[in-house]
Design a binder for this molecule. Sequence first.
Ligand SMILES: [Zn+2]
Length: 77
Amino acid sequence: MALYKQGQLLTQSQHQAFDTLLPPGSDASNPGIYRCAVCGDEIGIAKGHVLPPQNHHQHVPGQGPIRWQLLVCAQQR
Ligand SMILES: [Zn+2]
């Protein structure tokens, strides 16, 4: 689970981008922290990069494929 210290520097959002589950290798149109909705693994993605491929981390049999979900979106000025 992602950690933070200065909660006053984060703003909660209801934007649908946080609800979308993205397959491995997708374009990450929003830079920030992504979490695998299946196993909880987290990664940071820079602007313009793609999400890691299916072999980024391993799921136990039966868990299904990696599904990345935006957890924290970095806002650039
Ligand atoms: Zn996973």
